[in-house]
Design a protein around this ligand. Sequence first.
Ligand code: GUN
Ligand code: ZN
Length: 465
Amino acid sequence: MVFLTIGGAAWGGNRLVPSQSVLFLSARFHSVAHMKTPSLLIGPTLRYRENPMLHPVTDAVWIDTAGGVLMAEGTIAAVGTADTLRAAHPDARVTQYGADHLIAPGFVDAHVHYPQTAIIASWGKRLIDWLNDYTFPEETRLEDPAYAAKIAARYLDLTLAHGTTTVASYCTIHPHSADALFDAAAKRGQRIVAGKTCMDRNAPDGLADTVQSAYDDSKALIDRWHGKGRASYAITPRFSPTSTREQLSALGALWSAHPTCLMQTHLSEQTDEIAWVASLYPEARDYLDTYETHGLLGARGVFGHAIHLEPREVDRIAESGAALVHCPTSNTFIGSGLFDMAGLVARNISVGLATDTGGGSSFSMLRTMAAAYEIGQLRGTPLHAAQLMWLATAGSARSLHLDDKIGSLAEDLEADVSVLNLSSTPAIAQRFENANDIWEALFATLMMGDDRAIADVWVAGARRV
Ligand code: GUN
Ligand code: ZN
């Protein structure tokens, strides 16, 4: 059985991965109910004035070393100095963090595949083989609704423990896989973006839908979830090679009927993939054109990877207002290439940051920031700690059109907060001690930190980790 083929040659086979041993996570969840008593977090606080990708970094972003965040009824009621907030809210329940902590917005991971949780860190393949040999067999297992629910819960527990409060996830072709993630996020009070993945060709038996079922199932999920609580729907054609023109057109029509939905897909990740797209769509001007001509390019479009872009593609992305998502651990792990952050940001294109679990090799947005830094170094444009944090929070939120709700510590936004411990291991602690300023101190955690650096996570004002 051939799943994906390039130029007629078979790449991959119908092998199932051995069943995964169940990873048992003890979720350190506290009460889900919103607190009636306001909650006041005191400690160094990360604040944004402007986009630090476009403005001088330390003007745009600053750390108030004696700051505070007041949370009430699931939202941020006030951000300011510790003294002022304490005086104005004497009844608030206070949580005090030390000088080696940072109160930051919860991380926003703008492109993930939760169904790939159990096959993260699979060895030695490039994109098409990796999909055939690891990804599709695992995604097939989510035909079992109980397994989908188990993986959705496991994924959200793992990512919350890494300080990630919102993800935009692909699901599998099975509609219940989207229900499972929306349900699991609602139970945890999390804001979530997700969509059923659509593919009606070049997919194995059991992992293909049709033009009609992709349209109908996606529409039913939109009706069920979009705008309900903290959920929003992303129409999700996997990528051009796994959809027929007819399916892309049907999803384009669905998007124009539901314009407040996002549309997420993959674009120009590997050169072999681009050549394959050219052979499948000989009429297309380039890879982006396969989406554009089927109604799948627009301001609420979110394109993952976008590494090997043609000048026309960059022009059209900039004109349309669509967002790109940088997936640096994935781009190195699968061997895809070096995203041109500086060049694309200079075109005023909105860029988010993402793990791309499980093509990416980590659930951690700290590890993802480290990889983004390293790729910047390889391109001669290293990113500042403030830019990395902005990308992992406000930048990703903006790419998902959620920056009026999450991604910053600002009044009236939803109270999703991750508190970093900047001396979480002996190696990081000694670097913290030796830092000349707060940015150096933070940078050590961005480069070397993991889930041990996540001191607390607050979701809609409730402590969850
Ligand atoms: N392109 C199409 N599907 C996928 C996927 O699941 N992961 C990555 N990294 N690229 C893709
Ligand atoms: Zn992806």
